[in-house]
Design a protein around this ligand. Structure first.
Ligand code: S3P
Length: 438
């Protein structure tokens, strides 16, 4: 799919975004091991979650996905308890979804059979040893391919450990919690900083007495506790709303409201940084939805000032750096990002590819090993660019094109449906001039 983006005069209107990707992944995998039927409405029906549906079905669990709109579905999972899974007949294919692979590693470590996990080229480059190593300590047998997929996992009865996590990664935390569901003893995780906490919130709904991450310590023990089924509505994804927020800030005369967005503190790093840059963003109608805070986010076009982003806030906006770069190019003065080396291990090396592709539009960005530096504002010029198979880069380039001079063409935009199906239609409904060609 090819995208042609023209400069747009203004973006106006009210929209919603599909359900949160992290919560949708967790709803599916935790429902599969609950006792009974779980239902999740406004569940994210996209490329990344489809891979996890395939994996869970391959383990013998009945999963129904009833579409309710672009990227939205009602999910029904007929959970059979932790030991109701059966050995898969084929290797489990995770596509490009690291969340699927890493969470499946935790689950499969509890199962008394051998399974293989694999993914496409991009996923085979991503580090898996950080999950494999503590799972081995718990008693699972895990063979990696020099630290990467394909992986072979032979699970069984595990023992809980007291573990110092080397990175504040929510995927690592969740994989270890999944493994602890099948472990004897009390599991204690020491997390070096705040990471998204959706797993803890969902597990509390499922009846698990899990201690919060006060001072970075997560502790619980399963001891024959069964997980209750889930019945809830997934809030809108802040990481998808981030593209619309930045589009509204950077396209002149825009005024946009995004309804029903998850405003969990562990996810609002970009919103907080854009506000610190002077961006006119406000939250309204704040309420709680199944243990997660949700609000409407109003955004207007406005002047932004350069900012420093480093330390703990980096993890709270870890998926938002490609689109944050677009905001920083519009900002007056210097923007500096540090402590973000993890960006080099995402769907792509997000420091290198963002600099390369936005560079084709005239952006001058100085790389650092753990971040980058921008002196703004920098006007952008339309160009022919590539997504490099990274969905968040594709969406960031599209947003950059809306306020550039001339036409921007994204040659390989099919990755867009990985996390935000309906992204183009949503922007078009706000007045963006975007064409798609097969
Ligand atoms: C995710 C956690 C983050 C994030 C990813 C989703 C999750 O990864 O980048 O898109 O659902 O737990 P890390 O935990 O590895 O930082």
């Amino acid at each position: 799919m090819k995208l042609i983006i023209h400069p747009s005069d203004s973006l106006t209107g009210e929209v919603t975004v599909p359900g949160d990707k992290s919560i949708s992944h967790r709803a599916l995998i935790f429902a599969a091991v609950a006792d009974g039927l779980s239902t999740a409405r406004h569940w994210l029906d996209a490329g990344v979650t489809a891979r996890m549906v395939d994996c869970i079905r391959a383990l013998g669990i009945e999963v129904e996905v009833e579409p309710t709109g672009s990227g939205r579905a009602t999910l029904r999972v007929h959970g059979q308890g932790l030991y109701g899974l059966s050995a898969p007949a084929q290797p489990l294919f995770c596509g490009g979804s690291a969340t699927t692979m890493r969470l499946m590693m935790g689950l499969l470590a509890t199962q008394p059979f051998t399974s293989t996990l694999d993914g496409h080229e991009g996923l085979r480059r991503r580090p898996m040893e950080r999950i494999a190593q503590p799972l081995r300590q718990m008693g699972a047998k895990i063979d990696t391919t020099a630290g990467h997929a394909p992986l072979a996992i032979t699970g069984g009865r595990l023992h809980a450990i007291d573990y110092d996590m080397p990175v504040a990664s929510a995927q690592l935390q969740t994989a270890l919690i999944l493994a602890a569901l099948g472990a004897e003893g009390r599991m204690t995780l020491h997390q070096p900083g705040p990471a998204r906490d959706h797993t803890l919130r969902l597990l509390r709904h499922q009846g698990i007495d899990i201690q919060g991450e006060d001072q970075g310590i997560i502790a619980f023990s399963m001891e024959k506790t069964a997980l209750k089924p889930l019945n809830f509505t997934v809030p809108g994804d802040m990481s998808s709303a981030a593209f619309l927020m930045t589009a509204a800030l950077t396209v002149p005369h825009s005024e946009v409201v995004i309804r029903g967005v998850n405003t969990n503190y562990t996810r609002t790093g970009l919103l907080d940084v854009l506000q610190a840059m002077g961006g006119p963003l406000t939250r309204q109608n704040e309420q709680s939805q199944a243990g997660e805070p949700v609000a409407d986010v109003s955004v207007k076009a406005g002047r932004l000032e350069g900012v420093e982003v480093k330390g703990e806030i980096v993890v709270r906006m870890i998926d938002e750096f490609p689109i944050f770069t677009v905001a920083a190019l519009h900002a007056h003065g210097k923007t500096l990002v540090r402590d973000a080396a993890e960006l080099r291990l995402k769907e792509s090396d997000r420091i290198a590819v963002v600099i390369e592709e936005l560079g084709k539009m005239g952006a001058k960005i100085t790389p650092h090993p753990d971040g980058f530096e921008i002196e703004g504002p920098q006007p952008l010029t339309g160009a022919v660019v590539r997504s490099q198979r990274d969905h968040r880069l594709a969406m960031s380039l599209a947003v950059a094109g809306l306020s550039a001079t001339g036409t921007t063409i994204i040659e390989d935009a099919q990755e867009l449906n990985e996390s935000f199906p309906g992204f183009i239609e949503t922007l078009q409904s706000l007045g963006a001039k975007i064409e798609t060609h097969d």
